[in-house]
Structures are given as C-alpha cells and as structure tokens.
Design a binder for this molecule. Structure first.
Ligand code: NAI
Length: 258
C-alpha cells in the first residue's frame, strides 16, 4: 500500500534540465523519476562501478529523456567532469540535486563507541556527504546562474538531532545545512539553494537496529517510515516551485523531531 503511494503534485517541466546525484536508488531514483514524469530531462549520476546505475537509466528512459552521468562525487576530478559533461549534453542546467551520500558503516556507530570513529571514517564521511555538495554546486554554479536555476541538497534530521547516527555522518549533514545557507548567499540573486532533511526512511541505506526502527516510527507523529517518493516531491517543489524560498532546510520527518 505504502509502496504504491503516488504524488498528487505535478509540474510542467518541459524543456527543463536536472542532474540528480546518487540516482541509482532510493531518494535519488524517486526524484529522477518524478522529474521525468513532469517532463524534465534528467542526468542520473551514480558510482561508475554500480550496476544499478545503467539499469536505472534504462528503466527511466521509458518515461522520458534520461541520460547516464557516472562519476564519484567524493572525487574532485570525477565529480567536476561528470557535472560538466551533463551540462554540455543538455546545453545548460536548471536544477542540481545533491543527493548522493553514504553511511560509511553497516550499522550506525553508537555515540558512546568513540573508539570506533577512526580518522579514515571522518575523511570518507566528510568527502562523500559534505565536500561533494560543495564541489558539485561550485561546478554547476555558472550554468545554474545562466538559467536562474536551483540547487536542492539532501541533509538529514541527523543534522539537528544526531541521536542514533554515527557522529561524523551527523556532523557532515549539519555541514550541509550551513553550506545550503552559504551557497544561497553565494549564488544569489540568480540561484535559489535549499535543502530537505529527511527523517527515517525504510530503505536499503543502512541496517538500522530493530530498536532504532521501532523508535523512529513510534516517535514520529505520523507513525510510519517515509517513502523515497515523499522526499522526492519536496525536492521537485523546492527545485521548480518555491519561488521565494532560499537558504532554507525543510524537515520531512513525519513529525519525528516534533
Ligand atoms: P541510498 O543508499 O539508496 O542512496 C544513496 C545513493 O548515493 C546510492 O545510490 C549510492 O550508490 C550513491 N552514492 C554513494 N556514494 C556516492 C559517490 N561517492 N558518488 C556518487 N554516488 C554515490 O539511500 P537514500 O536513503 O536514498 O539516501 C539518499 C540521501 O538521503 C543521502 O544523502 C542520505 O544521507 C539521505 N538520508 C537518508 C535517510 C534514510 O533514512 N535513508 C535519512 C536522512 C537522510
């Protein structure tokens, strides 16, 4: 029932071009799909060795103009090349969705286990979840200024309340919230820059311990996990509606933090 939840929101996006990072699965895939269903052209970024990437592109090409944009957003050369290829192929860009991210661990590291938080884990989590957002946004900035476009970043409720999250992951997502405000300043007045902060999504993202799963749904006012499409519709709205919203992070957490 919840899997088939459909968005009631549609946009007329014919002629618009979007790039979604981490689009082979989850929120990224749902966002790319929704953008295509609204008529936009979409470049799907995925890790070059991820077999789900070409499959996602092939599936979405049945809806509209979907192209592959393989590249590692944690690597400056790969990320910048990926953005510039997509911009050239589309002849411009109207929306960049910085969605790619990684938890770095199979299960979240409890806050008390400081011994498990290594320097390597810090480096990995900051690169993939935070610096990636900076480098992709900077690489896309001139195309987005030219089109008077938008950026939507995917943060997390971990940015605000890190309980249950690995410390460097939460710090990286808090950085995304700050970066969102700073990029809104840096690219104004042409480009709007916002973020969405999802709560608990029942996805393949990480092996949440059973207790965390139960807690996250019981504590949420709406009493269930979020579906990726429910984040995607806010991303599409922030990207192409929301004409006077910039520098903001919108919580989409089913009332978890409330
Ligand atoms: P997901 O694991 O399905 O999506 C993440 C995608 O990013 C994957 O396709 C992955 O291969 C890709 N990716 C990872 N590293 C990459 C790299 N270096 N270059 C390019 N692509 C890379 O999980 P989900 O839930 O869709 O996550 C999307 C975003 O939502 C992430 O930024 C995550 O931090 C955020 N989020 C997820 C929550 C959840 O409960 N699942 C809660 C709050 C935020």
């Amino acid at each position: 029932m919840e899997q088939s939840r459909k968005s009631m929101v549609t946009f007329g996006l014919n002629g618009k071009a979007a790039l979604v990072t981490g689009a082979a699965s989850g929120i990224g895939f749902a966002s790319a799909k929704m953008l295509l269903e609204s008529g936009a052209k979409v470049a799907l970024n995925f890790l070059p060795d991820d077999p789900r990437g070409p499959k996602a592109v092939a599936e979405l090409q049945t809806i509209g103009k979907a192209i592959a944009a393989p590249g590692d957003v944690a690597d400056p050369v790969s990320a910048e090349r990926m953005i510039s290829n997509a911009v050239s192929e589309f002849g411009g860009l109207d929306l960049l969705v910085n969605n790619a991210g990684a938890p770095g661990v199979k299960e979240p590291i409890p806050a008390t286990r400081l011994d498990l938080v290594t320097e390597e884990l810090w480096d990995t989590l900051l690169q993939v979840n935070l610096v990636s957002v900076f480098r992709c946004s900077r690489a896309a900035a001139s195309a987005l200024k030219a089109s008077k476009g938008a950026i939507v970043n995917v943060a997390s409720t971990a940015a605000i309340d890190a309980r249950g999250s690995t410390i460097p992951y939460a710090a990286a997502k808090a950085g995304v919230v700050t970066l969102t405000r700073n990029f809104a300043r840096a690219l104004s007045p042409e480009v709007r820059v916002n973020a969405v902060a999802p709560g608990f999504i029942d996805s393949t993202w990480i092996n949440w311990p059973e207790e965390t799963r139960r807690d996250a749904t019981e504590k949420a006012l709406l009493k269930r996990a979020i579906q990726p499409a429910e984040i995607a519709e806010v991303i599409v709205y922030l990207g192409f509606g929301a004409s006077m919203i910039t520098g903001t992070t919108v919580l989409v957490d089913g009332g978890l933090l409330a």
